[in-house]
Design a protein around this ligand. Structure first.
Ligand code: NAD
Ligand code: UDX
Length: 490
């Protein structure tokens, strides 16, 4: 059997950082080094101001990274990609695989150039056998591409075994997901060397995951299973969002409908929450990738089926904006909207593909003044995101203000628009969770909820709430004088 002593993770992002930190914390005898060519990111991982926000992450990082009396550090962050590759027995590829923006397949296919360049580097610098693990989400048979690149670049006599080990963590809950995964998938070739490599990786996870949750399957099944899982999760949300449009017309309540169908054990209750639309860096890109693969196999009906999930999501975002315009007497010109939340979900500072981009863009186009508040996302990031993705911001810069509090956002506003389900925005009385191990701002944030009566004091009449996450108790807000519009409720 192979015993792993050194792991190199290429890519210090949302997957590479937390995954490596958990592997290191659970395997004190394995040295884990995360490398990235982004120096700023690597330097941030070496401080307590981590480059990504994830509840509980700092504690796990500190435990493995910082010298303590009883434990030698075994988690490192470095820009010395060559050296760390050369020293490792096992390499985790956690680089980004976004949607292609240029050429054939642009807007649909996955961009594999980051993965290819990482693997070229491995081929160039490796002096010993390596197990190479696809942790990034990749199209089917990407492993063949990687093998081909390695065959052409590596020194003779060195063996590379490629495994697929997709990551299923969701942002905002990455640490509990990693510590207690539903399953660990390891795909390999069914050759003796392939099976031996799969066992070596299984042993790394075996340090904290029960053996019956570590599933070893065929390499290509594993690659496809990751795309399939994301497509099915997103499909549930689009199904519920499609139903939410019907609810608004027939007088049904989507939360009640979701609750009712979720009680069926075959369906289950999770991922059935209606929303302004799903965001994040994964769902859209992975479904488009799956559809593109189907299309390249001439399975056009299959491609259309998967693509419709993304189409419903676009429709949902548009529908939400149209409702705002309709309720505000068909014109947003000269009106002010307080946007609460910009991240694509709560407990993350990530804004990739957030529904907020489309909604804010649409209301700016209608002439609204927009005042955004998000507890975690900084002004520069909001402006950058809108600038790189929207049609309007160049000329609408003056219409946009980024605020330090929910109340400041409400000053002179005609409506509150909730786009992220941050706990502090809800007026329901459930307990606010407090996490350890993150920045000061977040600690301050979770201490209290927004006082809606105080927000109302500074708003213009009539006051509206458009709840894109169905987190408010509409009745209580109506008593304060708000007119409340929720997703999937008449
Ligand atoms: P990310 O953009 O946060 O991080 C990727 C990092 O890789 C970047 O810091 C980049 O600088 C670095 N990088 C790219 N090419 C490199 C190279 N050749 N050498 C060194 N560094 C390089 O991306 P992410 O969100 O962590 O996602 C990574 C992969 O994991 C993607 O394929 C994604 O689909 C998949 N995934 C993401 C999530 C998630 O929640 N974000 C969950 C599951 C799977
Ligand atoms: C997703 C998958 O859940 C995870 O397994 C995979 O590894 C990466 O992609 P992530 O995008 O981080 O994770 O978060 P997720 O919780 O799935 O939410 C994605 C989007 O869907 C968010 O915008 C969220 O607000 C939205 N959502 C989620 C809903 O609108 N309704 C729901 O019921 C659940």
């Amino acid at each position: 059997p192979i015993r792993i002593k050194k792991i190199c993770c290429i890519g210090a992002g949302y997957v590479g950082g937390p995954t490596s930190a958990v592997i290191a914390s659970k395997n004190p005898d394995i040295q884990v080094t995360v490398v990235d060519y982004n120096r700023e990111r690597i330097e941030a991982w070496q401080t307590d101001d981590l480059p990504i926000y994830e509840p509980g992450l700092l504690d796990v990082v500190r435990a493995a990274r910082d010298a303590k009396s009883k434990r030698t550090p075994n988690l490192f962050f470095s820009t010395d990609v060559d050296r760390c590759i050369a020293e490792a027995d096992l390499i985790l590829l956690s680089v980004n695989t976004p949607t292609k923006s240029l050429g054939r397949g642009a807007g649909h296919a996955s961009e594999l150039s980051y993965l290819e360049s990482a693997v070229r580097k491995i081929g160039e610098v490796a002096e010993s056998n390596k197990i190479i693990v696809e942790k990034s989400t990749v199209p089917c048979r990407a492993a063949d591409t990687l093998r081909d690149v390695l065959a052409a670049t590596a020194k003779p006599g060195i063996h590379f075994e490629i495994l697929s080990n997709p990551e299923f963590l969701a942002e905002g809950t990455a640490i509990p997901n990693l510590l207690n995964p539903d399953r660990i998938l390891i795909g390999s070739l069914k050759t003796p060397r392939g099976l031996q490599a799969a066992q070596a990786l299984a042993d790394v996870y075996g340090a904290w995951v029960d053996h019956d949750r570590i599933i070893t399957i065929n390499l290509y099944s594993s690659e496809l299973a990751k795309l399939a899982a994301n497509a099915l999760l997103a499909q549930r949300i689009s199904s519920v969002n499609a139903l939410s449009a019907m609810c608004e017309s027939v007088g049904a309540d989507i939360d009640e409908v979701s609750y009712a169908i979720g009680l069926d054990k075959r369906i289950g209750s999770r991922m059935l929450k209606a929303s302004v639309g799903f965001g994040g860096s994964c769902f859209r890109k992975d479904i488009l990738s799956l559809a593109y693969i189907a299309e390249s196999l001439h399975l056009f009906e299959v491609a259309d089926y998967w693509r419709s999930i993304v189409e419903i999501n676009e429709y949902q975002k548009d529908r939400f904006t149209r409702r705002i315009v309709r309720c505000l007497y068909n014109s947003l010109s000269g009106k002010t909207l307080a946007v609460w939340g910009f991240a694509y979900k709560k407990d993350t500072g990530d804004t990739r593909e957030t529904a907020a981009i489309s909604v804010v863009d649409n209301v700016l186009t209608e002439g609204a003044n927009v005042r955004i508040y998000d507890p975690l996302v900084k002004e520069t990031q909001i402006r950058q995101e809108l600038k790189s993705t929207t049609s309007r911001l160049g000329c609408a810069e003056k219409q946009l203000v980024v605020c330090d509090s929910a109340y400041e956002a409400c000053t002179g506003a005609d409506a509150v628009i909730i786009l992220t389900e941050w706990d502090e925005f809800s007026n329901r009385s459930e307990v606010v969770r407090r996490d350890s191990g993150h920045g000061k701002k977040t600690k301050a944030r979770s201490e209290r909820k927004v006082d809606w009566a105080r927000a109302a004091e500074v708003m213009r009449r009539p006051m509206f709430v458009f709840d894109g996450r169905n987190i408010v108790d509409a009745g209580a807000l109506e008593e304060l004088g708000f007119r409340v519009e929720c997703i999937g409720k008449a």
